[in-house]
Design a protein around this ligand. Sequence first.
Ligand code: SAH
Ligand code: SF4
Length: 375
Amino acid sequence: MLPVAGTRPDLRSLSLDELALLVSGMGAEPYRARQLFRWLHQRGASSIEEMTDLPRAFRQRLADETRLATLSIDAVQQSSDGTRKYRLRTEDGKFIEAVYMPEESDDTEEEPAAGRGGSGDEHLRLRRTLCVSTQVGCAMGCGFCMTATMGLLRNLSAGEIADQVYRVNADLRTLGIPGERALTNLVYMGMGEPLHNYANVKRSLELLLHEEGAHFSQRHITVSTSGLVPAIDRFGEETSVKLAVSLNATTDEQREKLMPVDKKWNIAALLQAVRRFPSRQGRRVTFEYVLLRGVNDSAEDAARLAKLLEGMQVKVNLIPYNENPGLGFGDPGAERVQAFRKELTSRGVTAMIRKNRGRDIAAACGQLAVAGQPA
Ligand code: SAH
Ligand code: SF4
């Protein structure tokens, strides 16, 4: 669907089919659509002028009748562990953040592809992951999360979600990381609730997976949700990427205090949705569980968690809390975290401890840019 006359369509948010319509409406040759799409999503062009192999008159027409949403890098902070936190500015002056995390991957996350039996080199590759934002702020109001304190300012467009990838790829190129597309993995775990911006998130996935674009593998993209049940069902039907669910508690009494969404869709409803989530090769759902000192980190919590997940083909990512001043929650510390994991494993639940990346630059989950937004 092309936006109504009078508003200029954002080229970066259009599908290849929509670009084809636009291009033919301008009287240009049909193959120009594909060429344009590649400029936008494979090369990550930041302006129409740089698309020098398009005829000048056509570029002029595009410049007059469309726009191109491009983020600008406002600030970069580098952590001692290689994490880079980007503060990106939207064209209307809002700030969002994206976090780059390089990691030597032992590929425990990956299912070996069918028939390959897990070849050795796949296990040694360097994973370069970007954590992207989907909204400016968030409406979900989770008590432990810094983004929640902003409220929701607006949704990001599909083009803005995808452009985080292109801006970071361009920056990594300047650092000498080879290839047009340095990033290998994406997690939708930055600012915002992805399933609360469903249409734009879905469209951004289509753009980023497209073989003429950034061409990510569906196995290398994970979208995280706080638990919007009807949207989880749709997401399972309509997309092919992985899902992570932020559970964070084991009783509704506990969870609704931490995450207001639990009042609408409680733990039982959420687990039902995960049970019916279409599971194909490599598409197991992951649960995230933020460990908060003295709140949800006891041995009883671990036992209850194991009980809740009984019989489900799922994995748990334990995330030690990154403290945010003023929110009143604490990091349980390494010992408790280990003990919690042991409890789970002894009950047959696969659990990993998420390494805290970039703590020295407040780039870890839930600490993304909050300051600096215009009123
Ligand atoms: N809104 C989505 C995705 C963004 S939040 C969601 O809630 O799933 C990504 C993850 O970071 C969630 O699992 C959330 O529980 C976790 N998180 C939020 N604040 C955190 C903090 N301060 N420390 C550790 N994890 C945090
Ligand atoms: Fe939003 Fe996720 Fe933060 Fe909750 S944890 S407020 S859903 S970003």
